[in-house]
Design a protein. Structure first.
Length: 302
Protein backbone atom coordinates (compact mmCIF):
# COMPACT_ATOMS: atom_id res chain seq x y z
CA UNK A 1 0.00 0.00 0.00
CA UNK A 2 1.43 3.39 -1.00
CA UNK A 3 1.61 6.29 1.41
CA UNK A 4 -0.85 8.22 -0.79
CA UNK A 5 -3.44 5.42 -0.71
CA UNK A 6 -3.10 5.09 3.06
CA UNK A 7 -3.76 8.82 3.46
CA UNK A 8 -6.89 8.48 1.32
CA UNK A 9 -8.17 5.56 3.44
CA UNK A 10 -7.39 7.52 6.60
CA UNK A 11 -9.32 10.51 5.35
CA UNK A 12 -12.36 8.52 4.19
CA UNK A 13 -12.77 6.56 7.45
CA UNK A 14 -12.30 9.66 9.57
CA UNK A 15 -14.66 11.95 7.65
CA UNK A 16 -17.51 9.41 7.64
CA UNK A 17 -17.00 8.47 11.29
CA UNK A 18 -16.93 12.10 12.48
CA UNK A 19 -20.02 13.10 10.48
CA UNK A 20 -22.11 9.99 11.12
CA UNK A 21 -23.84 9.67 7.73
CA UNK A 22 -22.98 11.39 4.47
CA UNK A 23 -24.20 11.20 0.89
CA UNK A 24 -21.63 10.67 -1.82
CA UNK A 25 -22.13 14.32 -2.88
CA UNK A 26 -21.33 15.49 0.66
CA UNK A 27 -18.25 13.26 0.77
CA UNK A 28 -17.12 14.61 -2.60
CA UNK A 29 -17.58 18.22 -1.43
CA UNK A 30 -15.39 17.58 1.64
CA UNK A 31 -12.91 15.74 -0.57
CA UNK A 32 -12.49 18.69 -2.93
CA UNK A 33 -11.99 21.05 0.02
CA UNK A 34 -9.01 18.96 1.12
CA UNK A 35 -6.67 20.11 -1.61
CA UNK A 36 -3.69 18.24 -0.14
CA UNK A 37 -5.39 15.01 -1.22
CA UNK A 38 -7.67 16.03 -4.07
CA UNK A 39 -5.78 18.91 -5.70
CA UNK A 40 -9.27 20.37 -6.08
CA UNK A 41 -10.41 17.52 -8.35
CA UNK A 42 -13.72 15.65 -7.75
CA UNK A 43 -13.75 12.14 -6.27
CA UNK A 44 -14.73 9.57 -8.88
CA UNK A 45 -17.47 7.26 -7.65
CA UNK A 46 -15.56 4.21 -8.88
CA UNK A 47 -12.50 5.33 -6.92
CA UNK A 48 -14.66 5.87 -3.83
CA UNK A 49 -16.05 2.31 -4.00
CA UNK A 50 -12.57 0.87 -4.58
CA UNK A 51 -11.33 2.68 -1.47
CA UNK A 52 -14.36 1.53 0.51
CA UNK A 53 -13.77 -2.10 -0.46
CA UNK A 54 -10.05 -1.92 0.31
CA UNK A 55 -10.74 -0.41 3.75
CA UNK A 56 -12.98 -3.38 4.54
CA UNK A 57 -10.48 -5.95 3.23
CA UNK A 58 -7.45 -4.48 4.98
CA UNK A 59 -8.86 -3.01 8.20
CA UNK A 60 -12.20 -4.82 8.55
CA UNK A 61 -13.97 -1.43 8.75
CA UNK A 62 -17.32 -1.68 6.94
CA UNK A 63 -18.66 1.40 5.14
CA UNK A 64 -22.30 0.79 4.16
CA UNK A 65 -25.12 2.74 2.49
CA UNK A 66 -28.62 3.30 3.95
CA UNK A 67 -31.96 3.76 2.18
CA UNK A 68 -31.39 7.51 1.89
CA UNK A 69 -28.14 6.79 0.03
CA UNK A 70 -26.05 8.02 2.95
CA UNK A 71 -22.80 6.26 3.77
CA UNK A 72 -21.97 5.26 7.35
CA UNK A 73 -19.62 2.98 9.28
CA UNK A 74 -21.59 -0.16 10.03
CA UNK A 75 -19.35 -1.52 12.79
CA UNK A 76 -18.69 1.82 14.51
CA UNK A 77 -19.36 0.29 17.95
CA UNK A 78 -16.49 -2.14 17.42
CA UNK A 79 -14.30 0.83 16.53
CA UNK A 80 -15.11 2.46 19.85
CA UNK A 81 -14.25 -0.66 21.86
CA UNK A 82 -10.70 -1.26 23.08
CA UNK A 83 -8.33 -3.07 20.79
CA UNK A 84 -6.87 -2.83 17.31
CA UNK A 85 -9.85 -1.14 15.65
CA UNK A 86 -9.95 1.51 18.36
CA UNK A 87 -6.23 2.14 17.86
CA UNK A 88 -6.80 2.38 14.09
CA UNK A 89 -9.63 4.85 14.59
CA UNK A 90 -7.50 7.08 16.80
CA UNK A 91 -4.67 6.85 14.27
CA UNK A 92 -7.04 7.69 11.43
CA UNK A 93 -8.53 10.65 13.28
CA UNK A 94 -5.17 12.21 14.17
CA UNK A 95 -3.67 11.51 10.75
CA UNK A 96 -6.77 12.91 9.05
CA UNK A 97 -6.56 16.09 11.09
CA UNK A 98 -2.88 16.48 10.26
CA UNK A 99 -3.57 15.95 6.57
CA UNK A 100 -6.23 18.67 6.64
CA UNK A 101 -3.92 21.02 8.59
CA UNK A 102 -0.64 20.21 6.88
CA UNK A 103 0.59 23.79 7.17
CA UNK A 104 0.62 23.34 10.98
CA UNK A 105 2.65 20.10 10.94
CA UNK A 106 5.61 21.70 12.76
CA UNK A 107 3.27 22.50 15.69
CA UNK A 108 2.25 18.85 16.24
CA UNK A 109 4.95 16.90 18.08
CA UNK A 110 5.11 13.11 18.33
CA UNK A 111 7.08 10.61 20.35
CA UNK A 112 9.58 8.73 18.22
CA UNK A 113 9.40 4.92 18.16
CA UNK A 114 12.77 4.04 16.60
CA UNK A 115 12.17 0.30 16.30
CA UNK A 116 8.83 0.43 14.53
CA UNK A 117 9.50 1.07 10.88
CA UNK A 118 12.13 -1.48 9.86
CA UNK A 119 10.84 -4.77 11.26
CA UNK A 120 7.23 -4.21 12.33
CA UNK A 121 5.73 -4.68 8.86
CA UNK A 122 7.48 -7.99 8.00
CA UNK A 123 6.67 -9.38 11.45
CA UNK A 124 2.98 -8.53 11.07
CA UNK A 125 3.01 -10.20 7.65
CA UNK A 126 4.64 -13.26 9.18
CA UNK A 127 1.91 -13.41 11.84
CA UNK A 128 -0.74 -13.08 9.14
CA UNK A 129 0.77 -15.82 6.95
CA UNK A 130 2.05 -18.10 9.75
CA UNK A 131 5.66 -17.92 8.55
CA UNK A 132 8.66 -18.43 10.78
CA UNK A 133 11.13 -15.56 10.79
CA UNK A 134 14.85 -15.89 11.39
CA UNK A 135 16.31 -13.09 13.49
CA UNK A 136 19.79 -12.11 14.59
CA UNK A 137 19.30 -10.69 18.05
CA UNK A 138 21.54 -8.69 20.39
CA UNK A 139 20.32 -8.97 23.96
CA UNK A 140 21.35 -6.37 26.51
CA UNK A 141 22.42 -9.27 28.72
CA UNK A 142 24.70 -11.03 26.22
CA UNK A 143 27.97 -9.94 24.71
CA UNK A 144 27.37 -11.50 21.28
CA UNK A 145 24.47 -11.68 18.83
CA UNK A 146 22.60 -14.96 18.33
CA UNK A 147 20.64 -16.10 15.28
CA UNK A 148 17.54 -18.26 15.60
CA UNK A 149 14.01 -18.72 14.23
CA UNK A 150 10.81 -17.68 16.02
CA UNK A 151 7.10 -18.27 15.53
CA UNK A 152 5.72 -14.72 15.89
CA UNK A 153 2.43 -14.70 17.84
CA UNK A 154 1.72 -11.01 18.51
CA UNK A 155 3.28 -7.56 18.75
CA UNK A 156 3.01 -5.01 21.55
CA UNK A 157 4.18 -1.43 21.99
CA UNK A 158 5.34 -0.19 25.40
CA UNK A 159 7.35 2.89 26.41
CA UNK A 160 8.21 3.86 22.82
CA UNK A 161 9.40 0.36 21.89
CA UNK A 162 7.81 -2.38 19.80
CA UNK A 163 8.11 -5.99 20.95
CA UNK A 164 7.29 -9.30 19.32
CA UNK A 165 6.05 -12.24 21.39
CA UNK A 166 6.85 -15.62 19.92
CA UNK A 167 8.07 -19.13 20.44
CA UNK A 168 11.51 -20.15 19.32
CA UNK A 169 11.82 -23.82 18.32
CA UNK A 170 15.43 -23.59 19.56
CA UNK A 171 14.36 -22.68 23.10
CA UNK A 172 10.95 -24.36 23.19
CA UNK A 173 9.25 -21.55 25.10
CA UNK A 174 7.46 -18.25 24.50
CA UNK A 175 9.75 -15.23 24.78
CA UNK A 176 9.56 -11.49 24.18
CA UNK A 177 11.98 -9.69 21.87
CA UNK A 178 12.49 -5.95 21.44
CA UNK A 179 12.45 -4.95 17.79
CA UNK A 180 15.22 -2.40 18.32
CA UNK A 181 17.54 -5.24 19.40
CA UNK A 182 17.01 -7.15 16.14
CA UNK A 183 20.01 -6.79 13.84
CA UNK A 184 18.65 -8.73 10.85
CA UNK A 185 15.36 -10.41 10.00
CA UNK A 186 14.64 -12.94 7.25
CA UNK A 187 11.16 -14.16 6.36
CA UNK A 188 11.34 -17.93 5.80
CA UNK A 189 9.03 -20.17 3.77
CA UNK A 190 8.57 -22.49 6.74
CA UNK A 191 5.08 -22.47 8.21
CA UNK A 192 3.99 -22.85 11.83
CA UNK A 193 0.65 -23.59 13.47
CA UNK A 194 -0.64 -20.70 15.58
CA UNK A 195 -1.52 -22.09 19.05
CA UNK A 196 -5.12 -22.53 20.14
CA UNK A 197 -6.64 -19.80 22.32
CA UNK A 198 -6.46 -21.91 25.48
CA UNK A 199 -2.70 -22.31 24.93
CA UNK A 200 -1.88 -18.73 23.96
CA UNK A 201 -4.09 -15.64 23.83
CA UNK A 202 -2.28 -12.28 23.40
CA UNK A 203 -4.60 -10.33 25.70
CA UNK A 204 -4.60 -12.97 28.43
CA UNK A 205 -0.83 -13.36 28.19
CA UNK A 206 -0.33 -9.81 29.51
CA UNK A 207 -3.47 -9.51 31.66
CA UNK A 208 -1.66 -9.97 34.98
CA UNK A 209 1.24 -7.67 34.16
CA UNK A 210 2.02 -3.99 33.84
CA UNK A 211 4.25 -3.38 30.87
CA UNK A 212 6.12 -5.85 28.72
CA UNK A 213 7.75 -8.23 31.24
CA UNK A 214 5.66 -11.39 31.63
CA UNK A 215 7.47 -13.40 34.30
CA UNK A 216 5.55 -16.55 35.27
CA UNK A 217 7.81 -16.90 38.32
CA UNK A 218 6.17 -13.81 39.88
CA UNK A 219 2.82 -14.49 41.56
CA UNK A 220 -0.24 -12.29 41.19
CA UNK A 221 -0.95 -10.19 44.31
CA UNK A 222 -3.38 -7.58 45.53
CA UNK A 223 -1.40 -4.36 45.81
CA UNK A 224 -2.62 -1.25 47.61
CA UNK A 225 -1.05 2.16 47.19
CA UNK A 226 -1.89 5.48 48.78
CA UNK A 227 -1.84 8.37 46.32
CA UNK A 228 -1.60 11.98 47.44
CA UNK A 229 -2.90 15.24 46.01
CA UNK A 230 -3.44 15.87 42.32
CA UNK A 231 -1.68 12.66 41.34
CA UNK A 232 -5.00 10.95 42.04
CA UNK A 233 -6.59 12.75 39.11
CA UNK A 234 -3.91 11.44 36.74
CA UNK A 235 -4.51 7.85 37.84
CA UNK A 236 -8.27 8.28 37.56
CA UNK A 237 -7.89 9.57 34.00
CA UNK A 238 -5.26 7.02 32.96
CA UNK A 239 -5.25 3.87 35.15
CA UNK A 240 -1.98 2.02 35.53
CA UNK A 241 -3.72 -1.33 34.95
CA UNK A 242 -7.22 -2.49 34.01
CA UNK A 243 -7.65 -3.96 37.52
CA UNK A 244 -7.25 -0.53 39.17
CA UNK A 245 -9.95 0.36 41.72
CA UNK A 246 -10.16 3.41 43.96
CA UNK A 247 -11.25 1.83 47.24
CA UNK A 248 -10.93 4.75 49.68
CA UNK A 249 -10.97 8.51 49.29
CA UNK A 250 -10.50 11.53 51.54
CA UNK A 251 -9.59 15.19 51.09
CA UNK A 252 -5.84 14.71 50.73
CA UNK A 253 -5.34 11.14 49.47
CA UNK A 254 -6.91 8.02 48.02
CA UNK A 255 -6.15 4.32 48.14
CA UNK A 256 -5.90 2.48 44.84
CA UNK A 257 -5.93 -1.28 44.57
CA UNK A 258 -4.48 -3.52 41.84
CA UNK A 259 -4.44 -7.23 41.12
CA UNK A 260 -1.30 -8.11 39.15
CA UNK A 261 2.17 -9.63 39.19
CA UNK A 262 4.65 -6.99 40.40
CA UNK A 263 7.52 -7.16 37.91
CA UNK A 264 10.37 -4.76 37.20
CA UNK A 265 8.16 -2.62 34.91
CA UNK A 266 5.59 -2.08 37.66
CA UNK A 267 8.20 -1.13 40.26
CA UNK A 268 9.73 1.37 37.84
CA UNK A 269 6.31 2.92 37.21
CA UNK A 270 5.63 3.30 40.94
CA UNK A 271 9.03 4.91 41.46
CA UNK A 272 8.31 7.35 38.62
CA UNK A 273 5.37 8.71 40.66
CA UNK A 274 7.89 9.87 43.25
CA UNK A 275 6.78 11.32 46.57
CA UNK A 276 3.12 11.28 45.55
CA UNK A 277 2.54 7.61 46.35
CA UNK A 278 3.16 5.12 49.14
CA UNK A 279 2.87 1.34 48.84
CA UNK A 280 0.74 0.07 51.72
CA UNK A 281 0.63 -3.66 51.04
CA UNK A 282 1.65 -6.42 50.57
CA UNK A 283 4.75 -6.14 52.72
CA UNK A 284 7.10 -7.71 50.16
CA UNK A 285 6.20 -5.06 47.54
CA UNK A 286 6.52 -2.29 50.12
CA UNK A 287 9.96 -3.61 51.12
CA UNK A 288 11.09 -3.88 47.49
CA UNK A 289 10.18 -0.24 46.83
CA UNK A 290 11.90 0.79 50.09
CA UNK A 291 15.03 -1.11 49.03
CA UNK A 292 15.13 0.66 45.66
CA UNK A 293 14.64 4.06 47.31
CA UNK A 294 17.48 3.27 49.73
CA UNK A 295 19.76 2.45 46.79
CA UNK A 296 18.86 5.75 45.15
CA UNK A 297 19.54 7.71 48.37
CA UNK A 298 22.87 5.93 48.76
CA UNK A 299 23.95 7.01 45.25
CA UNK A 300 23.08 10.65 45.91
CA UNK A 301 24.55 10.61 49.44
CA UNK A 302 27.91 9.56 48.04
Amino acid sequence: MSKELFRRYVWLVDVIYRNGRLTFKEIDTKWQRNENLSAGEPLAKRTFHNHKNQIQDIFDIVINCDEQHRYYIENSQELEDKGLRNWLLNTFSVAGLINESYQFRDKILFEQIPSGEKYLTPIIRAIRDNNLVEITYQSYFKEHCTTFAIEPYCVKVFKQRWYVVGKSPSYGQIRIYALDRIKTLIMTDEKYIYPKEEIFDPQSFFDNYFGIIADNKVCSQTIKIKVYGKQRDYLRALPLHYSQRETEQCDTDSIFEYRLCPTYDFYQELLSLGENIEVLEPQNVREEIYKKIEEMVHRYAG
